[in-house]
Design a protein around this ligand. Structure first.
Ligand code: IVH
Length: 680
């Protein structure tokens, strides 16, 4: 029996109306998590099953029809970022009807008029994008949004080398649709880096691609290395009578079109394509989650037409995530840099999607309780779009006493590393070891964070060397790093004269790392890279920051009560003050050197002004303009309101902002006018 068969949709005791209401709410929430937060908490399959159930119920109860039901709408990512211009799609961006069963695929093919050709393609698992070309030039790159209107993320799309920015020989007006993806290799590297920085990991390449495409900093987007495949061409009076001819043309014009495309004459060819790619896809550099079948002839497509959400001339077959049953041998507990204790499942090794899996995170106490799992259970491990294997359930047998296990599960009371009693902050899922000062993994974690690339960037001091020096008693706190001597290092096994010298050089160089990054490197809880930047801008030295009140701190953008509390607590601890004194003595930058130069003395011509940036610019990037506004004393805001003094309006300003500005009579300043204003 399939695992999901044992997880029925809750129908217990609910009237159809109540069930419809519950499903609509649940699916709308999942849509929000998927499209807006890029962090879904439900598997695609479960989502589709619930959506089917809702469709079924709504069909039986037409009197309960609601145009706002998730069955009537494509999920929406609108609202996530308000600083990309919004653009209305020329043609709605629809989704595809999904199926998980090969029988349904066969049915679909068989119901088509006899002799119809079907194009079979891979279903790329990223996020859809619509590229608009006019007179051969790429002018917009619009996300799906709510299917009717999306965000123009052109500057970020321009970082994808495979997408041509200029075409020759193509029609004057052309739209290409496709999927933006983060290749597996890039995704793994990104997550590795995020793990080092204790930033939340992306669950799969799709979420990572979505998060990346919506970044404001196109340079960071470029670094992440997105890629793209195009699979659909739209426009008026385009050449080609079939979908496959158009894809071929697109390829000739220089677009990245996959080679894994087959024009199938009958159902057997379709099924052979599915069977082949179900295994072969594991060797692809990007994530795929199924096969898309499309009627090839465009006139036949027209005849078949569309439903409110999807074309009738296409269907998606989704691959089942690979799942294995294995023994949960033991639950162990890992203590991180910030003291969070994470339960880890140690499994009887099992082969899954080509790799051997023996460990999987269990996240936190609630996760374990929800699954009702315990040591000795046989559990299902799944690896679908996720590279990180996850446990999705357990084998239900007559003998297991669920209730007992669920209620009996106890998270450890004390830290497995140092024996300190664990604490659970209200509202947080995690248990934490509060012993920041002498809990070994926390100390080592702090050291690793301090030396990491985005912090002090001390190359050569990797986690192994840190562990070695820690065990030898040479490194306990970050300040000890600056007391290390050549002879301490060179005498360690695995570290010769040369690497000792390199490490010392890197330590010396780290004394030039600017205050912003030093603040991030200190590892104050929840003060990540971006927050550190904002704090360091407001408080230009550690001496100033040390005396900041909670209220002053909360006045900084992104600093909420918890972060403010953490900062105050950090400076209230004498041990931290001692570390700071030692860092200061070593020559680490604990103040902004700019405060002695002219940059902070820039004329504060924007003092007291609230400014909204909208559109795209040619002279400077959007981030640079944001920085300029702050440097000249102004305040950035994301939305137009009565408080807005003016809008720095680039090309293709979002229509919603434009309307609002007109309504409120707010002045628009062009890029040039703005530059003159600050320079003059
Ligand atoms: S065709 C009108 N072809 O799947 C049909 N979509 O669930 C337009 N997708 O929104 C879509 N690979 O983001 C098509 N070869 C492919 C695809 C593909 C991935 C995505 C796309 C679409 C979603 C539908």
């Amino acid at each position: 029996m399939d695992l999901f068969d044992s997880l029925p949709i809750e129908q217990t005791g609910l009237t159809a109306e109540q069930e419809i209401k519950a499903l609509r709410e649940e699916l709308a929430e999942q849509n929000y998590k998927y499209y807006v937060l890029s962090a879904p908490t439900m598997s695609d399959r479960e989502f589709d099953e619930k959506m089917h159930r809702l469709q079924e119920l709504e069909a039986k109860h037409p009197e309960l029809f609601d145009p706002n039901s998730p069955t009537q709408k494509v999920g929406s990512d609108i609202g996530k970022i308000d600083s990309f211009p919004r653009i209305k799609h020329r043609y709605p961006m629809l989704s595809l009807a999904n199926t998980y069963s090969r029988e349904e695929v066969e049915d679909w093919v068989r119901k088509l008029p006899a002799g119809v050709e079907i194009v079979a393609e891979l279903k790329y698992d990223g996020l859809s994008i619509s590229l608009w070309y006019e007179k051969g030039k790429l002018i917009h790159a619009v996300t799906r949004g709510d299917g009717t209107e999306g965000d123009d993320v052109l500057p970020n799309i321009r970082t994808i080398a495979a997408i041509p920015q200029q075409l020759s020989g193509a029609p004057d007006r052309l739209e290409l649709r496709g999927e933006v993806l983060l290749p597996w290799e890039r995704f793994e590297a990104l997550n590795k880096q995020r793990e080092e920085q204790e930033e939340p990991l992306f669950a799969n390449p799709r979420n990572a691609a979505s998060g990346t495409l919506k970044l404001q900093d196109s340079r960071e987007v470029a670094r992440r290395g997105l890629t793209c495949y195009l699979y659909y061409m739209l426009g008026e009076q385009l050449p080609g009578k079939t979908h496959s001819e158009r894809l071929e043309l697109a390829r000739q014009w220089g677009f990245p079109v996959s080679e894994a495309i087959k024009v199938c004459k009958d159902v057997d060819e379709v099924m052979a394509f599915i069977a082949f790619w179900d295994t072969e896809r594991k060797n692809l550099p990007v994530a795929t989650d199924g096969i898309v079948l499309k009627v090839n002839n465009l006139a036949e497509q027209e005849e078949l037409g569309y439903t409110a959400k999807s074309p009738r001339w296409a269907i998606a077959y989704k691959f089942a995530a690979e799942r294995q049953l294995t023994l949960l041998k033991q639950i162990t507990y890992q203590v991180g840099r910030t003291g969070v204790v994470t339960p880890v499942a140690n499994l009887e090794p099992v082969q899954l999607s080509g790799t051997m899996v023996q460990r999987a995170t269990l996240h936190n106490e609630d996760f374990i309780r929800q699954l009702g799992i315990a040591e000795g259970d046989r559990v299902y491990v799944e690896k679908g779009g996720e590279i990180i294997p996850k446990i999705v359930g357990k084998e239900e047998t007559e003998i297991t006493n669920d209730k007992l296990q669920i209620t009996n599960y106890k998270f450890p009371k004390v830290c497995p590393e140092c024996g300190t009693e664990l604490v659970r902050v209200e509202g947080e899922a995690a248990w934490r070891c509060p012993n920041e000062v002498s809990c070994p993994p926390q100390l080592k974690g702090k050291l690793e964070h301090f030396v990491s690339r985005k912090a002090m960037n001390i190359e050569g001091l990797g986690s192994e060397t840190i562990a070695l020096l820690y065990d030898k008693g040479l490194l306990h706190s970050i300040a000890d790093i600056y007391d290390l001597r050549q002879e301490d290092l060179a005498t360690q096994e695995r570290l010769g004269e040369k690497s000792a010298q390199n490490i010392l050089q890197a330590i010396e160089a780290s004394k030039q790392v600017p205050w912003t990054r030093v603040l991030f490197a200190l590892g104050i809880r929840m003060v990540g890279e971006t927050t550190a930047k904002k704090i360091a801008k407001r408080f230009r030295s550690i001496d100033a920051l040390q005396w900041a009140s909670k209220e002053e701190l909360m006045g900084i953008e992104d600093v909420g009560e918890q972060i403010a509390d953490n900062i105050v607590a950090y400076f209230a601890d004498l041990r931290n003050l001692e570390i700071i004194t030692r860092l200061q003595a070593a020559g680490v930058q604990l103040e902004d050197v700019r405060s002695q130069t002219s940059e902070v003395n820039l004329p504060q011509v924007l003092e007291g002004k609230t400014i909204v940036i909208s559109g795209t610019f040619s002279e400077h990037s959007r981030d640079e303009y944001k920085q300029m506004i702050e440097d000249y004393g102004g305040k950035n805001s994301g939305s137009v309101s009565k408080k807005t003094d003016f809008i720095l309006a680039g090309e293709n300003m979002g229509p919603a902002k434009l309307d609002k500005a007109r309504e409120l009579g707010i002045k628009l300043l062009s890029e040039q006018e703005f530059l003159e204003m600050i320079q003059g």
